[in-house]
Every structure is written in structure tokens, then in C-alpha cells.
Design a protein around this ligand. Structure first.
Ligand code: NM2
Ligand code: OGA
Ligand code: ZN
Length: 386
């Protein structure tokens, strides 16, 4: 089907203007087009990687002529002064268009993601371990929900040590840290971390004192016969957006300045980092939340004149995070596990009794592996990536 009506070379060959059947015309620059050519001199036939560098493209690259084929499916471009003929699929051009309206709402959530509260998250995305292994369609749907909400559960896992690694390998690669490839979350004497006690843990992201932070955490329940210990998750992106709505000045303070984080272990472990509690990309995308009362170091990177307001902003953000309307609560049964996007979703647990036993095993994996799995599985099953 023809997507474009016509092509025009404008701006002395520095730009083409494509008129579409539907929608406004789209412009592309000659240098951009030359850089994105897909011929075998520009990209390796075998692995698709680019063979040329920016210095191989003459600064005065221009388009001598451009033609659409009859069906409007392919566009042929002749470049000069380095004589080169390149074909582009119009479908590809549309899916890589950059001639868009500027995003005026400066802070934005990636369109693949959906922010949530207790009321709006109707049902926790859940899959059974065996189904995850055997049914590709159910599995990919669940993986996408995990990315979309930053949180999901798996049930029917073995109640055996090491199972968390098997779960991890279904969609990622384990990130080993000073806590090990996997770690036991149990109440211990002389605990090196408050997670290894029976105390309650306020909603937090894990390891903000590490750079880069672990991007996904898996917690798998092997035993749970204690009173209490209920789990809670909160969407940090929704909390950030709510803070912005309620007090833009506070939101700006938490994005502008870095907090300091630190963890000192017993044996040769001293981790330090600085991150804003709410991280934005340079063009305003919400990219991360770093929040952990137990691991905050003295804040030294906020100027004296802003410190009081910074603390007010921190308090307000904490109140939003701890608002029961924000949290989805559940109790892990043996054989259950939950997974969080640790750059976004905070998790918490209630204190628990010393009678009975509670044994979770956790591990960290990298989110890029999850996204890669979603992308490649979708391609194989020919379904949309998001
Ligand atoms: N553990 C469970 O980030 C934190 O310190 C939370 C992490 C010890 C790996 C606990
Ligand atoms: C953790 C943690 C929660 C729990 O280990 O990082 O937050 O339920 N544990 O024990
Ligand atoms: Zn934790």
C-alpha cells in the first residue's frame, strides 16, 4: 500500500519533503539519510552494524534527485558530491520519522509504560512458572506487563533454594553483587543489612548506593509461616508525577540535586553514589527513582539556601510514596515470587514475628535483557513489541 504521495527535493538538496496519503508531510535531512543508508557498503550484510563513520560522510552531502516507485513502497535517492544511490523503504522511513512536534509538556513518561495506583492496577500481572516455560504467548504477554507496570508476580515456582536463578534465566542475566549471585533474605543475628532482620522496611528501591543500580529485582518465597511480613509495591513514576502536580517546586528540587547514598558492609564493601531521587533524561523523560531511607548518606550536594526546601520536598515525596492509596499489597506464599523494575517501582515489607519461619531468596538481573527478550520474542511471534 502506498504511504507517500510524492517526494520533493528542497533546500538546495539538503532536505527532502515527503507528502503522505494521510498526515502532514515529513522532512528528512540529506546527512541523516546518508548516515542511515542500508546498503552493503554502509552496513555489514551479516550483522547489520554500521561500517562507515561520520567522517566518511562529506559535510556538503546533498540530494541530487529522489524518486518514489509506482506503488510508493520504495524511495530511491541519489547523493552527491560522493556519488551514491540508495533505496529506502517508505515504511521504514515513517517508523523512523523525526520531524515531529516538540513535546511541550516537559516531563513525560515513555509511551510504553503505564503508571498506576492501588485503584487503577486492577489485577497484578501474574503467571504460573510452568506456563511461563511452556506457553510463549502467555509468557510474552506477561513480560510486556512486567515492563508496562514495572511489576509482576510468578506463582507455582519450586520451593527450593536456587529456584530464583532459574526464574531469572527465563528473561535475563544475573547481576552478581557483594550480596552474591543470589541472597537469602532471612532474619539473622548481626545482620549486615536491615533486610536481613524481621523489621519492617519502608518502600524503597534497592541498592541506590551502587552505580549502576540493579535494574530488576526478583524475590522468591521459599518459606513463610510468620505473622506479618506482607509485601507492598508502589509506582515511583506515579508518585513522581503526583509530586509534580501537587508541588512543582518540590518536584524540581528532587530532580535538580543529587542525594547521596552509601552502604558499608563488614568485609571490604564500601559503596557510595549520588543520584537525584527523581531522575529525568535531558529531554524530560522520567527515567528513574532512587529512594531508600536506610541508605541515604548525609546530603552534601544541595546548597545551603535550598536545603530546607529540599527536606520539605523529600518529606512530601515520602508522604506520597507512603500513602496507602498508592500501594498494592499482597502476602507471598511459598512458591510465589515477585519482580520489580528497580529503577521505578518501590517495594516494602511489614515487620514480622520471630515465631515461624520466613525465607526469601533474591537476585538482581538487568532490564536491558528483559527488553531484548520482549523485542526478539515479539519479532518471532510477529506481534507488536509494545
Ligand atoms: N539485599 C537484600 O538495597 C538494599 O540495601 C536492600 C538488599 C541485602 C540484597 C537490601
Ligand atoms: C529486600 C527487601 C523485602 C522482604 O530484600 O531488598 O526489600 O519482603 N525484602 O523481605
Ligand atoms: Zn529491597
Amino acid at each position: 500500500m502506498s504511504l507517500f504521495k510524492s517526494v520533493k527535493v528542497i533546500n538546495s538538496g539538503k532536505t527532502i519533503l515527503l507528502s503522505r496519503k494521510y498526515g502532514v508531510p515529513i522532512r528528512y535531512h540529506s546527512t541523516w539519510l546518508r548516515d542511515n543508508a542500508n546498503d552493503h557498503e554502509t552496513r555489514d550484510k551479516n550483522n547489520g552494524q554500521r561500517l562507515i563513520s561520520i567522517s566518511d560522510i562529506p559535510i556538503n552531502t546533498y540530494i541530487k534527485s529522489a524518486f518514489l516507485d509506482k506503488r510508493g513502497e520504495n524511495l530511491t535517492i541519489n547523493f552527491l558530491p560522493n556519488k551514491k544511490k540508495v533505496q529506502f523503504s517508505t515504511r521504514w522511513l515513517i517508523s523512523h520519522a523525526y520531524d515531529k512536534k516538540q513535546n511541550n509538556s516537559k516531563v513525560w513518561l515513555h509511551p510504553d509504560l503505564k503508571s498506576w495506583t492501588k485503584a487503577s492496577l486492577k489485577r497484578i500481572p501474574t503467571i504460573n512458572y510452568k506456563i511461563a516455560k511452556s506457553n510463549k504467548n502467555s509468557f510474552i504477554k506477561w513480560l510486556k506487563s512486567l515492563h508496562y507496570y514495572g511489576f509482576a508476580k510468578m506463582t507455582g515456582c519450586k520451593k527450593k533454594s536456587g529456584t530464583v536463578i532459574k526464574i531469572a534465566k527465563l528473561f535475563g542475566y544475573v547481576r552478581e553483587t557483594n550480596y552474591g549471585r543470589l541472597f537469602d533474605v532471612k532474619s539473622k543475628t548481626n545482620a549486615i543489612n536491615l533486610a536481613y532482620t524481621n523489621l519492617g522496611l519502608q518502600a524503597h528501591t534497592d541498592n541506590p548506593y551502587r552505580n549502576p543500580v540493579p535494574t530488576i529485582q526478583i524475590l522468591h518465597c521459599i518459606e513463610n509461616s510468620v505473622k506479618g511480613g506482607d509485601s507492598k509495591v508502589v509506582d515511583g513514576f506515579r508518585a513522581s508525577l503526583n509530586l509534580k502536580k501537587e508541588n512543582n517546586k518540590y518536584f524540581r528540587l528532587l530532580t535538580k540535586y543529587c542525594s547521596n547514598f552509601e552502604f558499608k558492609g563488614k568485609k571490604n564493601v564500601h559503596l557510595k553514589s549520588r543520584f537525584p531521587m527523581i531522575a529525568l533524561s535531558p529531554d524530560g523523560e522520567l527515567t528513574g527513582v532512587h529512594f531508600n531511607n536506610r541508605s541515604m548518606a548525609p546530603i552534601t550536594d544541595v546548597p545551603y539556601n535550598d536545603m530546607l526546601n529540599y527536606y520539605k520536598a523529600y518529606r512530601k515525596f515520602s508522604n506520597i510514596i507512603n500513602d496507602p492509596k498508592m500501594a498494592v499489597s499482597f502476602k507471598l506464599n511459598p512458591g510465589d515470587c515477585f519482580i520489580v523494575d528497580n529503577t521505578r517501582v518501590l517495594h516494602a515489607r511489614k515487620a514480622y514475628s520471630s515465631s515461624g519461619s520466613r525465607w526469601l531468596q533474591g537476585c538482581y538481573i538487568d532490564k536491558d535483557g528483559l527488553l531484548s527478550k520482549i523485542s526478539t520474542m515479539s519479532e518471532k511471534l510477529s506481534i507488536n513489541k509494545v
